[in-house]
Design a protein around this ligand. Sequence first.
Ligand SMILES: Nc1ncnc2c1ncn2[C@@H]1O[C@H](COP(=O)(O)OP(=O)(O)O)[C@@H](O)[C@H]1O
Ligand SMILES: [Mg+2]
Length: 335
Amino acid sequence: MTTPAEASPLIAVSNLKIQFGRGGSLVRAVDGVSFTVARGETLGIVGESGSGKSVTARAILRLVQTPPGRYAGGEILFEGEDLLTKSEAGMRAIRGNRISMIFQEPMTSLTPVLTVGYQIAESLRLHQKLSASEARKTAVALLQRVRIADAERRVDEYPHQLSGGMRQRAMIAMALACRPKLLVADEPTTALDVTIQAQVLALLAELRTELGMSIILITHNFGVVAEVADRVAVMYAGAVVETAPTAQIFRDPRHPYTKGLLGCIPRLEGNARRLNAIKGSIPAPGGLPTGCRFHPRCPSAMPICAAQDPPEIEITPGHMTKCWLDSQPAAEVAP
Ligand SMILES: Nc1ncnc2c1ncn2[C@@H]1O[C@H](COP(=O)(O)OP(=O)(O)O)[C@@H](O)[C@H]1O
Ligand SMILES: [Mg+2]
């Protein structure tokens, strides 16, 4: 049986490798990452800071600076085309048009000296050749769509005149102007207070349905994943260690790293405990351990874990994990 994600994914990332530096100081920031996103699906990518989430996100838009970065392998098939082999002009036609990205800090996408409306309309003028007045009208409609009150006035304001939550909404409006097929959202709510965070997540979920787009939602917060993702990929030290439908990962997390993250799930309502309640810290990507990259921190580590990287196995349809606990015959698992 195939799930929709396997039948015709909108995007299929396979064995993606991104490295920084060279020789002795080689940093394997993304080290063989694979995942797919179906049309209309929201995939949550979750993991501690430094696990390679943002580099993966930027790679999808081919925004990793080279050098110091290097696309060292793999492919990113988007609607059947490999983004890693496209020309820069080909990528410009895709960015902000078929694939958009939003970031944690809206000010990295919004220019302080231009009005919000001008910036939202910019991609419309570029990709859809709208006239200035048509573009402004669309910008107002987009601000209304992201539930910004008084859009007719806000459209002529500058980013500093908006609150943090409003700026994030304006950035979403900008990202959605051309009705992208895929929205890559990198920690889109991390900088917001919890009430606004919940509102922005609800807005993203609504817009996803309205526009029929897919979302890759990157976060270090399992609470955010629970809120909006259909499926989850858990990243650790540059690799995906577990993938499953969201309900399944909460019901039956298999990888000890996933269990660790879930054991210290920060709640949206506040009192967030940090994910690094897992003992130890993520290895520097320049000094990955042998075998399973999580074994030095793993409470269930066995001798084989230090020696060999575990294969990926499927627990139930769509639930994949990379852990020797699940790959060994039960009798061989340590007592
Ligand atoms: N320009 C760069 N030069 C060197 N190392 C980098 C660069 N960008 C990212 N890295 C490294 O790649 C790793 C993954 O980073 P990142 O994707 O930002 O993690 P996350 O988003 O999961 O917190 C980190 O160890 C980071 O230091
Ligand atoms: Mg990041």
